[in-house]
Design a binder for this molecule. Structure first.
Ligand code: AMP
Ligand code: ZN
Length: 202
């Protein structure tokens, strides 16, 4: 083993976890986004609200917490007030935003790809050129998407969150495509995207 590899092994410098912590890694993008005035919508002592850079619907914002919490996995009951605050900020935003009579969903991805705990606020048109894959679709339209109210409720009831396992998350993302507003079963993503437009026009 080379000296560098031995040193990395001792310090843990080359582990996947530590690679992800490197500034500039794509998974740290939200921390850079909160510094970008073009994306920042509002902020307070506890959170930054940003526009999602690759929105999966006409309206898609993220409430990013300032406390160094990676994801729901790290949440304990002591973070209850923070979760309630994130939910309140998200709900206020949906009330402020009159968006073509859209409904909004407020929730977390069970297995997020980006670092720093963030809450999605997304309009239910799901009409966006950035929505390109089954994974994108299912991440907002299956139990992979955990409503903020459910997270708060289960933390109130128990001391820790029961999050779906890795296997379950994989299954949710691989579910067959299904319209979120009716029983239409699309053949593929282009078919689904064409179909959901009919709901937007109603
Ligand atoms: P997830 O980690 O799966 O809960 O979602 C991360 C969200 O962050 C996705 O909706 C992405 O479109 C969005 N995103 C990825 N990179 C950036 C970035 N640099 N700035 C703002 N939003 C981003
Ligand atoms: Zn439909």
């Amino acid at each position: 083993m080379s000296c560098k590899r031995i040193a990395d092994k001792i310090t843990g410098a080359n582990t996947v976890a530590n690679k992800k912590l490197k500034l500039g890694h794509w998974s740290q993008g939200l921390l850079q986004a909160v510094e970008d005035p073009a994306l920042l919508v509002k902020s307070d002592e506890f959170v930054n609200v940003i526009k999602d850079k690759y929105p999966k619907a006409k309206f898609h914002y993220l409430v990013v917490c300032k406390k160094n919490i990676g994801s729901l996995n790290e949440i304990t009951k002591s973070d209850m007030n923070l979760l309630r605050h994130m939910d309140k900020i998200a709900t206020e935003l949906t009330n402020e935003t009159k968006h073509e009579n859209n409904n909004f969903k407020i929730g977390y991805h069970a297995e997020p790809s980006m670092a720093r705990l963030h809450l999605h606020i997304i309009s239910d048109d799901m009409n966006s050129s950035f929505l390109k894959t089954k994974k994108h679709w299912n991440s907002f339209n299956s139990d992979f998407f955990i409503p903020s109210s459910k997270v708060i409720q289960s933390l109130e009831d128990k001391n820790k969150l029961d999050l779906p396992s890795k296997e379950k998350c994989k299954k949710y993302l691989e579910l067959p495509l299904l319209c979120h507003k009716c029983s239409y079963v699309p053949k593929n993503i282009p078919d689904l995207k064409k179909h959901i437009l009919s709901h937007c026009l109603k």
